[in-house]
Design a protein around this ligand. Structure first.
Ligand code: CA
Length: 219
């Protein structure tokens, strides 16, 4: 899953950025409102973490413009402790949830999971498909009830395909979900990950739709 982090405080931003990467998210970190808006317009994020006090354009303006352009992606706002009015205007402007600084990183992750789960229409944190069970919170994959070790990208790819079961996902869409701006992506990166997943879970799981992309059939 790909997350946009909008935070101008270098220390907090750095901490969130590396923490979220450890949680297997692909993260783009921007430090002002204008760039945030451009990023949202150009990239299919799964969620945005948005500080409200930002240079160039406030978080509230970013949010208002995002919603007025019809983007309905989940937005979690970060607000200063004393600013109740900020929280209210944030929620009124279309935020889905908020956290008050300072907050626990684990709580941020839990809220993020809840938001992305809801936006994908999933009732539970675990995705179960035939003999595969993946848990995005615990980062575990079970196959025939046995724990399988897979790489961070393979996990993200499997999660993406399983949560969109029945839909063909193009290679470029998968690249956008798995990698962030700074990542170097080999032209055959997705094929290589698919190959590894097929070796783990059998060649029938992921079907190639020639010239279009990949699909896991609906159960
Ligand atoms: Ca700030």
């Amino acid at each position: 899953m790909r997350i946009l982090l909008v935070e101008d405080d270098p220390l907090l931003g750095e901490g969130l950025f590396s923490g979220l990467e450890r949680e297997n998210y692909s993260v783009d970190w921007v430090k002002n409102g204008e760039i945030a808006l451009t990023a949202i317009e150009s990239t299919p994020y799964d969620a945005v973490i948005l500080d409200l006090g930002l240079p160039k354009m406030s978080g509230i303006e970013v949010l208002q413009q995002t919603r007025s352009q019809g983007h309905d992606l989940p937005v979690l706002i970060l607000t200063a402790q004393d600013a109740v009015s900020n929280r209210i205007s944030g929620l009124d402007a279309g935020a889905d949830d908020y956290l008050t600084k300072p907050f626990e990183f684990d709580e941020l992750c839990a809220r993020l999971r809840a938001l992305t789960r809801r936006s994908r229409g999933l009732a539970e944190q675990k995705i179960c498909y035939k003999n595969i069970e993946i848990d995005s919170a615990a980062h575990t994959v079970l196959y025939d009830n046995e724990k399988i070790d897979i790489s961070r990208r393979e996990f993200a790819l499997l999660e993406e395909l399983l949560s969109s079961a029945g839909r063909v996902l193009s290679r470029s869409h998968l690249e956008e979900k798995l990698y962030s701006w700074g990542d170097e992506v080999d032209s055959n990166a997705i094929e290589v990950h698919i190959h590894h997943l097929r070796k783990r879970f059998g060649s029938d799981l992921i079907k190639t739709v020639r010239g279009v992309g990949y699909i896991i059939a609906k159960e």
